[in-house]
Design a binder for this molecule. Structure first.
Ligand SMILES: NC(=O)C1=CN([C@@H]2O[C@H](COP(=O)(O)OP(=O)(O)OC[C@H]3O[C@@H](n4cnc5c(N)ncnc54)[C@H](OP(=O)(O)O)[C@@H]3O)[C@@H](O)[C@H]2O)[C@@H](O)CC1
Ligand SMILES: Nc1ncnc2c1ncn2[C@@H]1O[C@H](COP(=O)(O)OP(=O)(O)O)[C@@H](O)[C@H]1O
Length: 295
């Protein structure tokens, strides 16, 4: 049965922070950034991860982009990161890094190097202790358009969420996208097949956002009718969603829970802000949404 996503007391409890906790209780998320001039998407995502309650968030950027990020980041931290070798070293050395976002503004070439390095250091899905989870979006998906099987083999069994828009979905799953277009599969069915094929949670974005886990669980978030959020059709709003999901896995939600909760929070923030919304407004609206649901 497909879960229809809506806020409930369990969601409120999951999003609250405990009186006795400290920042490391809520995880350390890292967001990999690309080259100079391409950093906006990573910064949007990082800000959203922090707003949704990750304890610490760090943007990891190539040296050439450090000055640009340093001029714009304050609560979000910043570190240089050269290549995949350096990423493995960092992840092996710091077990507290428990959520990694790759894709927004990353660049296709850097994504091809960084995604396998990050996946090699991700937790196995279904481990009892919440481990290190990955969120793959944008360039981290498009980078594998020519050889999706390479990505799927590395993904299988890892704790990960893929957040494609329909264009990215069609690059990785062309046959499923064609059947979705033809009406042979519903959005939820296409997403369920995709999750089964790649072995990770898949969130297919759109006014109707479908989510599926590799174990067959599915959920649907419908931003239509009373729940419409059409101002989300703006550049960078998907980068913010990826950041929200990353912040939630840093807080210990499972990939499937983080995807569903993230889709709801993202659309609720857009509705709460209303007309004129641009991507920067979304993270800043999260505190109001949290207050509205009693967190
Ligand atoms: N502020 C910033 O720094 C921002 C930085 N950004 C960064 O830019 C990079 C490129 O990301 P991108 O998504 O813009 O481009 P791309 O990978 O070429 O895919 C787009 C193509 O896919 C197709 N398509 C089909 N269905 C679709 C759908 N539902 N929604 C959207 N597209 C759909 C459609 O093709 P068409 O159908 O028109 O032939 C369309 O031309 C990436 O790193 C991202 O993080 C952006 O996030 C913006 C804000
Ligand atoms: N008309 C719409 N109604 C509701 N949500 C939408 C609408 N259009 C886009 N969205 C949402 O906005 C986000 C756009 O993401 P994406 O296409 O990746 O943009 P970008 O790459 O510019 O960040 C997705 O979460 C999508 O579900």
């Amino acid at each position: 049965m497909t879960l229809q996503i809506a806020p409930d007391t369990a969601l409120r409890d999951r999003l609250a922070k405990r009186e006795e906790a400290h920042k490391y209780s809520y995880g350390h998320a890292v967001v990999l950034a690309g080259g100079p001039g391409k950093g906006g998407a990573a910064r949007l995502a990082a800000r959203a991860a922090l707003r949704v309650g990750a304890g610490l968030v760090t943007v990891l950027a190539p040296q050439a982009a450090m000055a640009e990020h340093a001029a714009q980041l304050t609560a979000v931290m910043l570190s240089p990161l050269a290549d995949g070798y350096a990423l493995r070293g960092m992840l092996q050395g710091d077990r507290r890094i428990n959520a990694i976002l790759l894709g927004p503004g990353l660049g296709l070439q850097r994504a091809r190097e960084m995604v396998p390095a990050a996946l090699a250091c991700a937790a196995q899905a279904g481990d009892d202790a919440p481990g290190r989870a990955l969120v793959l979006d944008a360039d981290a998906l498009s980078a594998f358009a020519e050889e999706p099987q390479t990505l799927f083999q590395a993904l299988r069994g890892r704790a990960a969420v893929l957040t494609p828009h329909l264009g990215e979905f069609a690059r990785l799953f062309p046959d499923l996208a064609a059947q979705l277009r033809d009406g042979a599969l519903t959005r939820v069915e296409a997403t369920r097949h995709a999750a089964d094929r790649c072995g990770a949670t898949v969130l297919l974005k759109g006014a109707e956002t479908a989510i599926a886990a590799p174990d067959g669980q599915t959920a649907l978030h419908r931003a239509v009718g009373d729940m419409a959020a059409p101002w989300l059709a703006t550049a960078g709003s998907g980068d913010v969603l990826a950041g929200i999901v990353t912040g939630l896995v840093a807080r210990g939600l499972s990939p499937f829970e983080a995807a569903g909760t993230g889709a709801w929070l993202h659309a609720a923030a857009a509705r709460s802000f209303g007309p004129g919304l641009i991507a920067e407004d979304l993270p800043e609206q999260i505190p109001q949404v949290l207050r509205d649901i009693g967190v």
